[in-house]
Design a protein around this ligand. Structure first.
Ligand code: ADP
Ligand code: MG
Length: 340
């Protein structure tokens, strides 16, 4: 069982500038698995941009062209779980052997290996074996290898051996074709104006784009309403609101440090230099404003301070923004950056 989803094929993976390199690399690999320099092929990009879909498409195409080859798709999470089980059951060697005889191994979301040294170690050995024997390895990740954290150097260097191809957010035309293709496959007709409205307003993530169109179809059929532009506006608005990501304290610290051009570690440090103290206080203020975390939890995440320090920081920021014009500008700029 290859675990491939037949709907995630190349035909349904619409091409655009945002994915052309990755898609073409995928096709090249599918034509000659193990026989190109794209080994491993690593597909990376943000959530909902088509990594899993493209990984399946390559596997399906290989199965079509080379029915005798064994192709296996597995998520990094499941792979890790299997490995842990094999250790518990004392059959780690069987686990390794199983993977070493596969012709095309596809592992999805390898960022999941972060910090898991046992799994990284076993994967390192499997990878080397496959690679030396001309077998194809296809990986996906939410980040480029240079940005991966807590992955051993020797593994990262293997990731860079082949090709790393990025999936970016699709442009407007590609979003329109993705929607049209989806509607066509579902046999649903929709006015051009509405398709374009949805494509114009949902930009960053194909999964959300599809989600909006699915709710639109569902709403209109449940309520026996025609699909109108007003219904579309309603749904898109709700969709954009609901999927607004919750900002994390990590993210706040990153945005604030970037804004003041310092490292997060500087922002968290014990120094009493005024501009660093202010950056830290701003991070605490926004953590209080934009997250549900308690003062104590905010303090412990921002440089191991106590809740009184956080409370003091929030008051200081309030005071300074009403008395100091420059400081008020910081607060306004950062508010904008954080509420996107
Ligand atoms: P990721 O693994 O990067 O989070 P997925 O592969 O799960 O993203 O894709 C999310 C959804 O968007 C899937 O339903 C997928 O079919 C669809 N999708 C993504 N990119 C495209 C594309 N270029 N053409 C058609 N559908 C796409
Ligand atoms: Mg995925």
């Amino acid at each position: 069982e290859s675990q491939l989803n037949p709907n995630y094929n190349f035909e349904n993976f619409l091409e655009g500038d945002s994915n052309r390199l990755a898609r073409n690399a995928g096709l090249a690999v599918a034509n000659k698995p193990g026989g190109t320099s794209f080994n491993p092929l690593l597909i990376f990009g943000g959530v909902g941009l088509g990594k899993t879909h493209l990984a399946h498409a390559i596997g399906i195409d290989i199965k079509d062209k080379y029915p005798e080859k064994t192709v296996l798709y597995i998520s990094a999470e499941k792979f890790t779980q299997q490995y842990i089980d094999s250790v518990k059951k004392n059959n780690r060697n069987d686990f390794i052997h199983f993977y070493q005889i596969i012709d095309v191994l596809i592992i999805d979301d390898v960022q999941f290996f972060s910090g898991k040294s046992g799994t990284q170690d076993v994967f390192f050995h499997i990878f080397n074996h496959l690679h030396q024997n001309g077998k194809q390895v296809i990986l996906t990740s939410d980040k480029a290898p240079v940005d991966m954290q807590d992955i051993e150097q020797r593994l990262l260097s293997r990731f860079k051996w082949g090709l790393s191809a990025e999936l970016q957010s699709p442009d407007f035309e590609t979003r329109v074709s993705i929607l049209k293709n989806k509607l066509y496959r579902d046999g649903v007709e929709m006015p051009e104006e509405i398709i374009e409205y949805v494509a114009k307003n949902i930009k960053t993530n194909v999964r959300e784009l599809e989600g909006a169109i699915i709710s639109l179809i569902a709403q209109s059929s449940f309520n026996k309403k025609e699909i109108t532009i007003n219904l579309a506006k309603d749904i898109v608005e709700k969709f954009v609101k609901n999927t607004k990501r919750e900002v994390s304290i990590d993210y706040i610290q990153k945005v604030v440090s970037d804004y003041f051009q310092m490292d997060v570690s500087t922002l968290q440090s014990k120094t009493r230099k005024r501009h660093i103290v202010q950056a830290r206080q701003l991070a605490m203020f926004f953590a209080k404003k934009f997250t549900k975390a308690s003062l104590a939890s905010i303090g412990s995440q921002i440089g191991k301070r106590d809740h009184a320090t956080v409370l003091h920081a929030c008051k200081t920021v309030d005071n300074l923004s009403s008395t100091d014009k420059q400081f008020r500008k910081y607060v306004e700029d950062l508010s904008k950056k954080l509420s996107l």
